[in-house]
Design a protein around this ligand. Structure first.
Ligand code: HEM
Length: 397
């Protein structure tokens, strides 16, 4: 297949439904597939890993977005992401990341273990005999956990699932007018909510991330601007929903198709970790991210111009035969399994330990209810955040 045809197919809803054959169509042209001078796709593991660590490649920040979509400031969802660390380059990124990493520590995540375990037990015990795993477990769990971490009252949780879906649409490679409008509305709603929550926590601080970040904001004039506080709070709120929900959904689909692995997961505590790592590799909930060269440079030996778009296909890198033997096979026993699903380098996912914890507790608990497919599952048509819209199952009491 011609690389241009493969990329066109990848950007269609069908391509997003099953991108893996299209990655294989691109691979012979890789590790960097250039479509003219403005778009490059990176499919090889080593090349993606090196690109993520290369300071010559920036994330699409405010300056980068000016070149791509000059009206982006009018879209509140985009402007929130662009003021967050996810879409900032040094020195702003370094400052914000240090601040967030200082409050979102491994210790804080460790302390959440009981909360996560409690939520898992509650949700899995409450599963009706016929359930949609996305509705009953995959979404509610990360929403509850992040809201607990941020100190968002339980009564406000329900609205965040829809808001997260609408907001994260702007992270896709192609965004429709309708999606952009919904994202803008969601951006305004979430910014107003978070500004109000920050004000309440400022008046009455608690042991939560909003209080900690608000205090950091207040502590020094140049440490965080008001917009950065909102952008980063929004990021922490939504970065963990869709992604973790899709990890739980994609992992459940594997369980449903491989009863022998489901049985092992139910019985053998030590199996949770390699199983979850292999789900992360084999069907990554984040399939891509992108970069903009800050100057003319090379990626894996291929020249790329300043301002062009470099798409890093994490999902393709995870199936690179040069890195993983028999990459299309789901094999939790593979040695040195290091999926690149949480990225690498300066923007490496801050929530990776939390996402892993949730999946390592939730998937075995679900496996113990012996789930079986109860109807066809439906995939979402998104590529960047890959997951299921619904996953109907029956479970034993
Ligand atoms: C399975 C679940 C998750 C996956 C696959 C995932 C994936 C990623 C990836 C690939 C990046 C880097 C993007 C880039 O380099 O352009 C990232 C960044 C980030 N993630 Fe996650 N994530 C997950 C869950 C979470 C959770 C639970 C949280 C927080 C509660 C979180 C918070 C963040 C933050 C704050 C960043 C930005 C870091 C920075 O820019 O320095 N993520 N994530």
């Amino acid at each position: 297949m011609d690389p241009m045809d493969a990329v066109t197919a990848l950007l269609s809803p069908e391509g997003a439904g099953d991108p893996y054959p299209l990655y294989e169509a691109l691979r012979p042209y890789g590790p960097v597939v250039s479509l003219g001078e403005t778009l490059h796709l990176v499919v090889g593991y080593e090349a993606v890993d090196a690109a993520l660590r290369d300071p010559a490649l920036g994330v699409p920040d405010a300056a980068g977005m000016d070149g791509r979509w000059p009206e982006w400031r009018h879209n509140r969802a985009v402007s929130l992401f662009v003021t967050s660390m996810l879409r900032s380059n040094p020195p702003a990124h370094t400052r914000m990341r240090r601040l967030a990493a200082g409050v979102f520590t491994a210790r804080r995540v460790g302390r959440l273990r009981d909360t996560v375990a409690g939520q898992v037990a509650e949700l899995v015990d409450a599963l009706p005999p016929e359930a949609d795993v996305m509705e009953e477990l995959a979404y509610p769990l990360p929403v509850a956990v992040i809201c607990a971490l941020l100190g968002v009252p339980a009564s406000d949780r329900a609205r965040f699932r829809r808001l997260a879906v609408d907001l994260t649409a702007v992270l896709e490679l192609v965004v429709s007018q309708d999606q952009a409008e919904r994202a803008h509305a969601a951006g305004k709603e979430v910014a107003a909510y978070l500004a109000d929550l920050a004000a309440r926590r400022r008046a009455e601080p608690g042991d939560d991330l909003v209080s900690a970040l608000t205090q950091a904001y207040d502590a020094g004039g140049d440490r965080l601007t008001g917009d950065e506080l909102l952008g980063n709070l929004m990021l922490l709120l939504v970065a963990g929903f869709e992604t973790t929900a899709n990890l739980l959904g994609n992992g459940t689909a594997v369980l449903l198709d491989r009863p022998e692995l489901a049985r092992r997961l139910a019985d053998d505590e030590a199996f949770a970790e390699p199983f979850v790592e292999e789900v992360l590799r084999w069907d990554a909930p984040v399939q891509l991210t992108d970069r903009i060269p800050l100057r003319d440079t090379v990626v894996a030996g291929v020249p790329v111009r300043a301002g062009s778009q470099v798409v890093l296909l994490l999902g393709a890198a995870n199936r690179d035969p040069a890195r993983f033997a028999g990459p299309a096979a789901f094999d939790p026993a593979r040695a040195q399994n290091t999926p690149i699903t949480f990225g690498a380098g300066a923007h490496y996912c801050l929530g990776a330990p939390l996402a892993r914890l949730e999946a390592q507790l939730a998937l075995p608990a679900l496996a113990r209810r012996r789930p079986r497919r109860a109807g066809p599952a439906a995939r979402r048509s998104r590529l960047t955040l890959r997951g299921y819209a619904s996953l109907p199952v029956t479970v034993t009491p």
